[in-house]
Design a protein around this ligand. Structure first.
Ligand SMILES: [Zn+2]
Length: 246
């Protein structure tokens, strides 16, 4: 197993085939096997809870998540829900609060090579606007649903690298949550293999039918983006790379 599996699972649509006219997966292909496990109902269920359509029912934490903006109770409720969902999958998530309002959630799927730098697969869970109702179904309950689905599926596999599933808080406040984590990593001189941030995958804003990969000309980021495009071509999912978008 290698990192390609982690990349592909986010955007999987059909099957590991060159012939896009046929919907049948190639038998015995491990990537096809992973893709077949992606469950739309599972992802939709996450989006419904995080955007306040279905309620959270946890001991001590229950109700509708009406707004995940940092100043509203739905933000904390969303964190409780995500922690609970990750635990259900057998991982041990941790809450890292850098301020009373900013709490990131991280859970690690241990890799087989301790020296291999980890890969982060992430989504922000806070929302906008600053209002009592800020459902953010696309931005970014959809991304959270993708990362949770990756937890559900990938937990059964082992990769060379640690995969860190991260849910950032206060992305809508100048990316405070992820920036804090990046700063802490740099202070400890810790290296990453790469990071994929999943944001707004529930809506095709320019209606071109393609998944947009925003990347910057930093380190191996453009190569990672090229790899994602290449891998996903084989599952018949169009992707478009945008380098250094404004
Ligand atoms: Zn977003």
């Amino acid at each position: 197993m290698n990192v390609k599996f982690a990349l592909i699972i986010l955007f999987a649509a059909h099957s590991w085939m060159i012939d896009c006219a046929s919907a049948q997966p190639a038998k015995g292909d491990p990537i096809a096997e992973l893709i077949q496990k992606v469950n739309l109902d599972s992802m939709l269920g996450t989006v419904r809870v995080l955007s306040g359509l279905d309620s959270v029912n946890l001991p001590g934490s229950h109700g509708l998540i009406l707004s995940r903006q940092r100043d509203y109770p739905g933000n904390e409720l969303a964190a409780s829900y995500l922690l609970s969902e990750i635990k259900k999958q057998g991982l041990q998530p941790k809450l890292y609060c850098s301020s009373p309002t900013c709490c990131n959630i991280l859970a690690t799927l241990q890799g087989t090579r301790p020296q291999a730098p980890p890969i982060i697969l992430s989504a922000h869970y806070d929302s906008r606007p600053i209002a009592e109702v800020a459902p953010g179904a696309d931005d970014n309950a959809s991304g959270c649903a993708a990362v949770l689905e990756a937890v559900r599926i990938l937990k059964a596999y082992r990769f060379y690298h640690d995969i860190i599933f991260a849910f950032w808080d206060e992305e809508e406040e100048n990316a405070v949550g992820s920036a804090t984590h990046a700063f802490q990593l740099s202070q400890k001189n810790k290296r990453l293999k790469g990071m994929i941030s999943v944001d707004m995958i529930g809506y095709d804003a320019d209606d071109d039918g393609k998944v947009l990969i925003n990347t910057k000309d930093i380190g191996i980021s453009p190569l990672m983006a090229d790899l994602m495009v290449e891998v996903n071509e084989k599952v018949c999912l169009d992707m478009r790379k945008a380098l250094n978008p404004t």
